[in-house]
Design a protein around this ligand. Structure first.
Ligand code: NAP
Length: 296
């Protein structure tokens, strides 16, 4: 079998186009411009690339982009003061603090200082609790993007066996919650899981969020399963730096029914969902009807 390659890049473009259309309507009918503030502390090269890309795409959909690039030795008090100012700024509807933060900063404290209504990454403890209890939340962008790709492919996910490899707060755990809410039977695997190949072998859906290049082998995958590869790993190949996922793409594509590539799979969906979340946060802040069809 040769798997269908899921084109996350094209799907993300359709999401951004829907966001742009609704932003234009909001601007024309109510004079409101959704605003996204991104805070970057330090000079991590990958984070700088992500932040620049987020800023560019924010402007492209007609939103206001506010970038705060701070030195690596920024104090916790200074960072919290910036977040407090953004919380109080009515032109800012979404706030994102780029992770990872330098080691001297308390990530949980910083994230939980963001107004939950502006927490477009969905990492604030309030949004985590809302998602976990099935209430209306800001949903973390990467797992939301994965869910949208899965729904687009399968329609209903009800009754499917899903295995999420990885239990991080930003991908694995919210991914599992979303799949559970969509009526999958969910297993979360991690570094202490016994017989990971055996666990993966029974999955209709495999979501890999491990941070290890090519970790999930094709031989572990049930024929016809859907494989969502969240991993973004930079490796040297033939003297060049290339991006690869957490799944052995060639091996898995020979067995799976459908698979996301890296790059061009989950990655583009993350920023598209960030923009959708910012529009949703803006509508909620102004008491407007919830934007429809963005994240279905
Ligand atoms: P993370 O916080 O490092 O978590 C990795 C998870 O993988 C942990 O739960 C860990 O288990 C598990 N793991 C590690 N080795 C394992 C093994 N041998 N067997 C089974 N599980 C193992 O990583 P993350 O932040 O979730 O990110 C995961 C990947 O996704 C990375 O490549 C990252 O770059 C990528 N990512 C992509 C996007 C995107 O937009 N596409 C967004 C975010 C992250 P323990 O908990 O037991 O240690």
């Amino acid at each position: 079998m040769t798997a269908q390659v899921i084109d996350g890049k094209a799907f993300a473009a359709t999401v951004r186009a829907k966001v742009a259309a609704q932003v234009a309507t909001l601007r024309q009918t109510a004079g409101i411009i959704p605003g996204l503030a991104v805070v970057l502390v330090g000079q991590d090269p990958a984070s700088q690339v992500y932040v620049n890309s987020k800023g560019k795409q924010t402007v492209e959909v007609g939103m206001a982009s506010f970038e705060h690039k701070l030195p690596a030795d920024t104090s916790q008090a200074a960072l919290l003061a910036i977040i407090a100012a953004l919380n109080g700024d009515p032109s800012v509807h979404g706030i994102l603090v780029q992770l990872p933060l330098p080691a001297h900063l308390d990530c949980d404290l910083v994230i939980n200082a963001i107004n939950p209504a502006k927490d477009v990454d969905g990492f604030h403890i309030s949004n985590v609790g809302l998602l976990g209890t099935g209430q209306k939340a800001m949903v973390p962008c990467t797992p939301l993007g994965c869910l949208m790709l899965l729904r687009n492919l399968h329609g209903s996910l009800a009754g499917m066996d899903a295995v999420v490899v990885g239990r991080s707060n930003i991908v694995g755990k919210p991914m599992a919650n979303l799949l559970l809410a969509d009526n999958c039977t969910v297993t979360i695997a991690h570094s202490r899981t016994r017989d990971l190949p055996g666990v993966i072998a029974r999955a209709d859906i495999v979501v890999a969020a491990v941070g290890r290049p090519g970790f999930v082998r094709g031989a572990w995958i049930k024929p016809g399963a859907t494989v969502i590869d969240v991993g973004i790993n930079r490796i040297e190949r033939d003297g060049k730096t290339v991006l690869v996922g957490d799944v052995d793409f060639a091996g898995a594509a020979a067995v799976a029914g459908a698979i996301t590539p890296v790059p061009g799979g989950v990655g583009p969906m993350t920023i598209a969902c960030l923009l959708a979340n910012t529009l949703i946060a803006c509508a909620r802040a102004h008491g407007l009807p919830e934007p429809e069809g963005l994240t279905a």
